[in-house]
Design a protein around this ligand. Structure first.
Ligand SMILES: *[C@@H]1O[C@H](CO)[C@@H](O)[C@H](O)[C@H]1NC(C)=O
Length: 212
């Protein structure tokens, strides 16, 4: 048997080439937003530069108001982190989420497993604040990190919630996975769309009397 160029080899080569060159039809993704662990909506063609489909399920508490939300859309693959993220700004202000990013038509249909929400304090602390309408935040309070949160974040920029688009700044605890977020990224959560101008992420300081 000689190594023949079968039609499927051609197809594979062509698909790879087309993918590399960004040829072909634009991607289409399911688009929806809703409360609850999943949502379903129409398939839409992605605008230029959005080369991934994303599905997010998030559980959050804002001033003690607890909610579970889901979101599906097109986004830029290089801004998309697949996996678990946990952030805590205070005992009543936190968010955990699971995100799935993929790059074929309709690949964000179906549901993403809901994120674990381990609220057990792990002994680490970070400067914390949440400030709307401004892009800086003093961090004079301290957030107690929970579960797998080992890093301190300082994120700021603009946030879009429905038709409202405003400045925001926030500091607190996060999982190391939050460090994948880079300034300039357009990053959705289950509830909001963030345009980040600042995305600092550092290991949380060791509490006194431990380690070293
Ligand atoms: C929850 O987080 C704590 C603190 O990091 C850890 O000790 C514990 O094992 C975690 N529990 C689960 C079920 O992952």
């Amino acid at each position: 048997m000689r190594p023949s160029r079968t039609p499927s080899t051609f197809l594979l080569a062509f698909t790879l080439l087309a993918a590399l060159l960004g040829l072909g039809r634009p991607l289409s993704c399911e688009v929806c937003r809703g409360s609850g662990p999943t949502c379903s909506g129409k398939m839409k063609t992605c605008e230029a530069g959005k080369d991934a489909c994303v599905a997010i399920v998030g559980e959050s508490s804002t001033k003690g108001h607890h909610s579970v939300n889901s979101y599906k859309a097109c986004m830029k693959f290089s801004d998309c982190y697949s996996g678990f993220v946990s952030t805590t700004m205070g005992p009543k202000d936190y968010m955990v989420s699971n995100t799935h990013c993929c790059q074929s038509d309709g690949c964000n249909r179906g549901s993403v497993p809901p994120p674990e929400n381990n609220r057990t304090e792990n002994g680490l602390q970070c400067p914390a604040c949440i400030v709307p309408f401004q892009e800086t935040c003093p961090g004079t309070q301290a957030a107690r990190c929970v579960g797998p949160e080992t890093h301190c974040i300082y994120f700021a920029g603009r946030v879009q919630a429905g038709i409202i688009n405003t400045r925001f700044a926030t500091r607190g605890c996060a999982t190391e996975s939050a460090c994948n977020t880079k300034p300039g990224a357009e990053v959705p959560s289950a509830s909001y769309l963030y345009f980040l101008r600042r995305a600092d992420c550092l290991p949380a300081p060791q509490p006194p009397g431990r380690g070293e």
